[in-house]
Design a protein around this ligand. Structure first.
Ligand SMILES: Cc1cc2nc3c(=O)[nH]c(=O)nc-3n(C[C@H](O)[C@H](O)[C@H](O)COP(=O)(O)OP(=O)(O)OC[C@H]3O[C@@H](n4cnc5c(N)ncnc54)[C@H](O)[C@@H]3O)c2cc1C
Length: 426
C-alpha cells in the first residue's frame, strides 16, 4: 500500500535497534493515524474477523458496520422451529465487541466507493477505510422461483435468515392439524448450510412424531444428492419410518413455481398442496457485495484464498457465505475460520508484510433428533487460487455407529455452538 501507517508493534519493534531517547525523538510516527479497517456484517464471519483483528493488532482501528443491534444465529435455529429451544438462545448483542474497543456503527451499509475508500451508511454518515472486509452473508434471488416474492414469505416462510421467520414457521407447524403435509423446497447448490434443509426435515419430523403423528413431510429437492445423505437417510429410517419422503431432482423434485395463496408447490410433474410450506429459495451473496462490485455473474464473490481479498476490487476482502469458497461449504464454522485467516492477512498487509498461506478447518454438525448428532469435517488449503480439500483430511460420522455415538455427537454439536458464539460475542 502507498500510504502505509506504522503499527504500534512494528514501531516498537523497529525502535529496538535504537536508544530510548531516539525512540522518543521519533515520536511523530506515533501521532500518525492508526490504520482503519471497516468490517461490514456482524455475523459469524464479520464479527469474528473484527474480534481477531483487535487481538492481532490492538492498534488497528476496527469499525463494525452491522444493520441489526442483535445478531440472531442460524445454527441450531432448526431446534427453535421444532420447539426444542427458544429464539433467545440464538441471540447475541455486540456489547462485548464494543468493550474490546471495536467501534460499532449500527447502520446498514448502502454504498461503497472503492476509489475514495468510503462507505455510505443508511444513517447518512460516511466511513473511510484503508482495508474493507465485507461479510454480508446471503440474500435471496427474488424472481428466480416464480411466485416466491418478498410478499410470499408470510405464507411460505423460508426461515433461512433466523429471527421472525423462524418463529413464523414454528407457529405454522403448531397450528397445523394432525395429518397435515409439511413440504420443504430445497434449493440447488450452492446455498447457505448444505445439510440445513435435511436437519430441518429431521427435527420437524421429531416434532410431528411427538405431537402430530399422522402427519407427513415431503422434501422437494432441486438436486440429486445432499450433504451427509446416507447418514440422514439411515436416521430417518430408524427414527421416523414412513414419515419423510425425499423427492430428488431426477424424480421431479425441483420446484418450478409456487402459489402462496393456496400453499401449492408446482414441479414439472406434479403439484403439492401443503398444510405448511417451507420454501428455501435460491441465494446469492448479500446485496452490498453486488453494490461494491465484488460479486461476479454467479452472484457470489471470487476471492484470493490466501488473503480473502476480492479478485475484482482491491482492498476489499470478502468472507463467509458470500464467497466462492471452492470446496468449503457455506457454514458458520467455515466463516469463523476464514475470518481469522483474513484478519491475519489484513494485519500483515497493513504492516507491509507478506501474508502466509493457511489451512482452514470446517466441521458441520447436524441433529437428526435432539440426542442424535452426525457430522462431516474437512481441511482446506489454497490450490491454484481455489480452496481445495486436502486429500484424506475429511471425516464423516460412521453410518453404523451405535446410538451412544450419536448422543455424544449431539453433545459435541452443542459444545461447538456454545464455544463459537462465546468466542465471537462473549
Ligand atoms: C437453518 C440453518 C442452520 C444452520 N446450521 C449451521 C450449523 O449447524 N453449523 C454451521 O457451521 N453453520 C450453520 N448454518 C450456516 C450459518 O448460519 C452461515 O454459514 C453463517 O451464518 C455465515 O456467516 P456470515 O457471517 O457469512 O453471514 P451471517 O451470519 O448471516 O452474517 C451476515 C451479517 O451481515 C449483516 N449485513 C448484511 N448486509 C449488511 C449491510 N449492507 N450493512 C450492514 N450489515 C449487513 C447482517 O445483518 C448479518 O448480521 C446454518 C444456517 C441455517 C439457515
Amino acid at each position: 500500500m502507498t500510504q502505509r501507517r506504522t503499527s504500534r508493534r512494528e514501531f516498537l519493534k523497529s525502535a529496538g535497534a535504537v536508544s530510548t531517547s531516539a525512540v522518543l525523538l521519533s515520536a511523530p510516527a506515533l501521532t500518525q493515524a492508526a490504520p482503519r479497517v471497516a468490517v461490514v456484517g456482524g455475523g459469524f464471519a464479520g464479527a469474528s474477523c473484527a474480534r481477531a483483528l483487535k487481538i492481532i493488532d490492538p492498534g488497528i482501528k476496527v469499525t463494525l458496520v452491522e444493520a441489526n443491534r442483535t445478531f440472531t444465529a442460524c445454527p441450531f435455529s432448526n431446534g427453535v422451529i421444532a420447539g426444542l429451544r427458544e429464539l433467545s438462545a440464538q441471540q447475541f448483542t455486540y456489547d462485548k465487541l464494543v468493550a474490546h474497543n471495536i467501534v460499532l456503527a449500527a447502520s446498514m451499509a448502502n454504498a461503497i466507493d472503492p476509489q475514495a475508500r468510503l462507505i455510505s451508511l443508511a444513517d447518512g454518515s460516511r466511513l473511510g477505510y484503508d482495508r474493507l472486509v465485507l461479510a454480508p452473508g446471503i440474500d435471496f434471488r427474488w424472481g428466480a422461483l416464480p411466485g416466491y416474492t418478498e410478499a410470499a414469505v408470510d405464507a411460505m416462510p423460508h426461515a433461512w435468515k433466523a429471527g421472525e421467520q423462524t418463529l413464523l414457521l414454528r407457529r405454522q407447524l403448531q397450528a397445523m392439524d394432525d395429518g397435515g403435509t409439511v413440504v420443504i423446497a430445497a434449493p440447488a447448490n450452492p446455498f447457505r448450510c448444505p445439510p440445513g434443509p435435511y436437519e430441518r426435515a429431521s427435527l420437524i419430523a421429531h416434532y410431528l412424531k411427538n405431537n402430530k403423528p399422522r402427519s407427513k413431510l415431503i422434501i422437494l429437492d432441486a438436486k440429486d444428492s445432499f450433504s451427509k445423505q446416507r447418514l440422514f437417510q439411515a436416521a430417518w429410517q430408524e427414527l421416523y419410518p414412513g414419515m419423510i419422503e425425499w423427492i430428488p431432482l431426477s424424480q421431479g423434485g425441483k420446484v418450478a413455481s409456487v402459489d402462496p395463496a393456496s400453499k401449492t408447490l408446482v414441479t414439472d410433474f406434479d403439484s403439492y398442496k401443503a398444510a405448511v410450506a417451507n420454501v428455501i429459495p435460491p441465494q446469492k451473496a448479500g446485496h452490498i457485495a453486488e453494490v461494491a462490485g465484488v460479486a461476479d455473474r454467479t452472484g457470489w464473490c471470487p476471492i484470493n484464498p490466501v488473503t480473502f481479498e476480492s479478485t475484482l476490487v482491491s482492498r476489499i476482502h470478502v468472507l463467509g457465505d458470500a464467497i466462492i469458497a471452492g470446496g468449503m461449504p457455506k457454514s458458520a464454522f467455515a466463516a469463523n475460520a476464514q475470518a481469522k485467516v483474513c484478519a491475519a492477512a489484513v494485519a500483515k498487509l497493513l504492516a507491509g508484510t507478506e501474508p502466509s498461506e493457511a489451512k482452514l478447518i470446517n466441521t458441520c454438525y447436524s441433529l437428526a433428533a435432539p440426542d442424535y448428532g452426525i457430522s462431516i469435517a474437512g481441511v482446506y488449503h489454497p490450490v491454484n487460487g481455489v480452496l481445495t480439500e486436502i486429500e484424506g483430511s475429511g471425516g464423516l460420522s460412521p453410518v453404523d455407529a451405535p446410538r451412544a455415538t450419536r448422543a455424544q455427537e449431539a453433545i459435541f454439536a452443542d459444545a461447538w455452538y456454545r464455544t463459537i458464539t462465546d468466542e465471537i460475542f462473549g
